[in-house]
Design a binder for this molecule. Structure first.
Ligand SMILES: Cc1ncc(C[n+]2csc(CCOP(=O)(O)OP(=O)(O)O)c2C)c(N)n1
Ligand code: SF4
Length: 320
C-alpha cells in the first residue's frame, strides 16, 4: 500500500452524526453575504480542527478575517504576501521540524496549512507552490477558487472559466469575455507526484471535509482545490452559492476526484449529467453567451471528462 493510502486508512470519517463542533474560523468575519469561499474555508477548518498553523496569502479570505486589531482566526495565523504563501508555509514547517529535532518543542501533530485564492495559486504564487511541492514539505495547500481576483475588483485570472465576464475580460462586440480555458491546477499539482490531490465543492460538504482530513493526515505535500462561489463577483444573488456548487458538479464542469499517490479516483461519478447550459444560465457573468458559445463549452467539458476517466482507468489497472 502507498504511503498516502496507508495514512488515509486510519482517518476518522466525518458523518452527520459526528460533525465536529470546533470552529477554528469564528463568526463575525466580514465576508459578503452568501460568500461561498468563506463557507469552504470554514468547512476545511472544522474538519481539520485547531492543531493548525495557518498561512494566508493576501486575498478575500485574509482581508475579511483580519481587520486589525480583530481576527476571526482561533489558530496561529500569519498573513503573507500574495505571491509566496507556499514558501512561507515551507519555512514554518521546516522550522518546526528543526525545533522538534533539537528537543525544543514537542511533536504534537500540528499541521501547517496554506490558504490562497486562485490568483495567488494559479498565477502569481505558482512558482512558490511548485517549489514547495517538489521539496516535499509536510503541509496542506488549499486553493479557494472563486475564479477571479475578487479582492481587488474582479479581474480575470488564469482560473477564470472560458466566456466569463470580469472587469478585465468584459464581453462586447469583439469579445466573448474570458478568451482562454480555465487552467487545470489540480492536474498541475498532481504532476508533481505529491501524495494527495483532491477537488471539492462546498455543496458536498461531507466529501469536502473528509478530503480536508485526509489531506492533513498524509505525510508530505497535499493539495486541495475547492470551488468557491463569489456572488459579488459573479453578479449573482447571495442565495446562489450552494446551488452553483451543486450544479457545477452535476454538469461535470468541475469533477470531484482524488489523486492518491498518483492513482486517480472519481469521488462522485456523474452518470446522467445535466446540460452545461443549466449551470451557465444561472449566473450573470455568463449572461452574454450565445448558443454556439455554450455548445463549444459543452463539447470541451465532455472532452475533459473523458480525459479524466482515462486517467482513472490508466492509474487503476486492477479495475479493468
Ligand atoms: C505582488 C502583488 N500584486 C498585486 C497585489 C494586489 N492584490 C491583493 S489581493 C489580489 C487579488 C487576490 O485574488 P485571489 O488570489 O484570486 O483571491 P480572492 O481575493 O479572489 O479570494 C491582488 C491582485 C498584491 N497584494 N501583491
Ligand atoms: S468578494 Fe466574493 S469571495 Fe470575496 S468576500 Fe465577497 S463574496 Fe466572498
Amino acid at each position: 500500500m502507498s504511503k498516502a493510502a496507508e495514512a488515509i486508512k486510519n482517518v476518522e470519517k466525518i458523518s452527520p452524526k459526528n460533525m465536529p463542533l470546533v470552529e477554528p474560523l469564528s463568526r463575525g468575519h466580514r465576508a459578503c453575504q452568501g460568500c461561498g469561499e468563506v463557507l469552504a474555508l470554514r468547512q476545511v477548518l472544522k474538519a481539520v480542527g485547531k492543531q493548525v498553523i495557518a498561512c494566508s496569502a493576501t486575498g478575500c479570505m485574509e482581508i475579511i478575517s483580519s481587520p486589525y486589531p480583530q481576527t476571526a482566526w482561533e489558530v496561529p495565523w500569519i498573513h503573507v504576501a500574495f505571491e509566496n504563501v507556499a514558501a512561507v508555509a515551507s519555512g514554518v514547517e521546516a522550522g518546526r521540524k528543526a525545533l522538534i529535532r533539537k528537543g525544543r518543542i514537542q511533536d504534537d501533530n500540528t499541521k501547517v496549512m496554506a490558504f490562497a485564492g486562485d490568483g495567488a495559486t494559479a498565477d502569481i504564487g505558482l512558482q512558490a507552490l511548485s517549489g514547495a511541492m517538489e521539496r516535499g514539505h509536510d503541509f496542506v495547500y488549499v486553493c479557494l477558487d472563486n475564479e477571479a481576483y475578487m479582492n481587488t475588483g474582479i479581474q480575470r485570472s488564469s482560473s477564470t472559466p472560458y466566456g466569463a465576464m470580469t472587469t478585465t475580460s468584459p464581453p462586447g462586440a469583439k469579445s466573448k469575455g474570458q478568451s482562454t480555458w480555465k487552467k487545470n491546477m489540480p492536474l498541475i499539482a498532481a504532476a508533481h507526484g505529491i501524495p494527495y490531490v483532491a477537488t471539492a465543492s462546498p455543496a458536498f460538504h461531507l466529501d469536502l471535509m473528509n478530503k480536508a482530513r485526509k489531506a492533513a493526515a498524509v505525510p508530505g505535500p497535499a493539495y486541495l482545490h475547492i470551488y468557491s462561489p463569489c456572488p459579488t463577483g459573479w453578479r449573482c444573488g447571495p442565495d446562489t452559492a450552494i446551488e452553483a456548487s451543486r450544479l457545477v458538479v452535476q454538469t461535470r464542469v468541475f469533477p470531484l476526484f482524488e489523486v492518491i499517490d498518483g492513482r486517480y479516483v472519481l469521488t462522485r461519478d456523474i452518470t446522467k449529467p445535466k446540460p452545461v447550459a443549466d449551470y451557465l444560465k444561472s449566473q450573470r457573468r455568463f449572461a452574454h453567451l450565445k448558443d454556439e458559445d455554450i455548445e463549444f463549452i459543452q463539447k470541451r467539458v465532455d472532452e475533459e471528462w473523458e480525459r479524466l476517466l482515462n486517467l482513472v482507468k490508466a492509474t487503476n489497472p486492477e479495475a479493468k
